[in-house]
Design a protein around this ligand. Structure first.
Ligand SMILES: C[S@@+](CC[C@H](N)C(=O)[O-])C[C@H]1O[C@@H](n2cnc3c(N)ncnc32)[C@H](O)[C@@H]1O
Length: 340
């Protein structure tokens, strides 16, 4: 994640009439992020991002070919008007999610839903790359970038960039790629907010509490659970206390209903009659048995050799830790009920 081109980005934003009261630094874990450069009071702007700097990459109603090809077109064009923005994107080796995670990792999810999702992304991008006319695709590769050579790796990269960096606002339900704002890292309880992006040609990134110079500027990507964060953003969020079950291990998870940020699984601890508690315990035990009973599809790797392998093993450990915590809590509830 380069920091060399950040000054050029901020100068470009200011030249277009925008404001930025932040700088970019890399933390001790190697994660690039946004930090306040002055005291910013509650409801003041962290940044004002001009619409001329924002890539409008499609809508939720279209397939992911639209943001993927929109990013691909701008990334391939040496004269793109978004060049100062594109130059700050992480390179192909520094961005990761389901779009560009190789298919060999799919069984390492040890979960049917995530394995299927990984393979679906793979075949979707393969068919987009094959370029065959498909009536369900809004654009083909050639329609967007013409005869330029495009590799499958290019498409995987463009897909990963767009899906880890877009945002939609409360009123304008577009996939917006907003420079400066998209340098803010996720923190679930972070209340910094985006303006509705209506009536003015600026998207405002607004402080929800007083910020001091040097404070990291976060943004909440949603109620992200560990597995969802790995699949969509390629990272494990901060470990919470008590640990939270992964999305696919939560009682509210329904594999056939697409996940909605507006209706995340309940954060309330499960309670119920002794029969319901025993059924929940049994459900968690069978997930646990499935995880521990599924051998790794890849040979063991020394830590640090393969960051994707490490990430998926860390996710597995997080899932087991959260399941164990929840099972112990439910067993405690059952014991309490028996004592009554
Ligand atoms: C919108 S970008 C945020 C800025 C990003 N760090 C950068 O330098 O381009 C989203 C990506 O940032 C990283 N990220 C976001 N929040 C994070 C966090 N809390 N811990 C570690 N990485 C995080 C992930 O790689 C994610 O895909």
């Amino acid at each position: 994640q380069p920091v060399d081109n950040i000054d050029a980005l901020f100068n470009w934003i200011r030249g277009l009439g925008g404001e930025v009261h932040a700088e970019v630094k890399v933390d001790s874990n190697g994660v690039r992020g946004l930090y306040a450069t002055k005291a910013i009071a509650t409801m003041e702007n962290i940044a004002a991002i001009p619409s001329a700097a924002i890539i409008n990459a499609g809508s939720f109603l279209e397939s992911f070919s639209v943001p993927t090809l929109t990013v691909l077109r701008e990334w391939k064009d040496p004269h793109s008007r978004f060049k100062p923005y594109i130059d700050t994107w992480p390179g192909p080796d520094a961005v990761l999610n389901s779009c560009n995670m190789a298919a060999k990792y799919a069984p390492m999810w040890k979960n049917e839903h995530w394995e299927k999702t990984a393979l679906e992304w793979d075949s979707f991008l393969l068919s987009l790359h094959n370029g065959s006319m498909n009536v369900d695709l809004e654009y083909t590769v050639k329609e967007v970038v013409g005869n330029q050579p495009v590799s499958l790796e290019d498409l995987r990269y463009a897909c990963a960039i767009s899906s880890t960096r877009y945002v939609s606002t409360t009123r304008r339900k577009r996939l917006l790629m907003a420079p400066v704002f998209d340098l803010a890292n996720h923190e679930r309880d972070c209340d910094n907010m985006l303006s509705t992006y209506e009536g003015e040609d600026f998207l405002y990134f607004i402080a929800a509490k007083d910020l001091q110079p040097g404070d990291e500027i976060c943004y909440s990507y949603g109620a992200l659970r560990d597995d969802y964060a790995v699949a969509h953003y390629g990272f494990l969020p901060r470990l919470e206390d008590p640990p939270r079950l992964s999305l696919v291990d939560h009682r509210d998870f329904k594999p056939d209903v697409p996940y909605s940020h507006d209706e995340p699984p309940s954060e309330e601890p499960f309670v119920g009659t002794p029969e319901e508690l025993r059924a929940e315990l049994q459900r968690l035990r069978s997930i646990r048995n499935h995880i521990t009973g599924t051998p790794d599809a890849l040979p063991p790797q020394p830590r640090g050799q393969d960051p994707i392998y490490d990430l998926l093993k860390d996710l597995e450990a997080r899932r087991l830790n959260a399941i164990d915590y929840e099972m112990a809590r439910i067993e405690g509830l059952l014991r309490g009920k028996e004592e009554l």
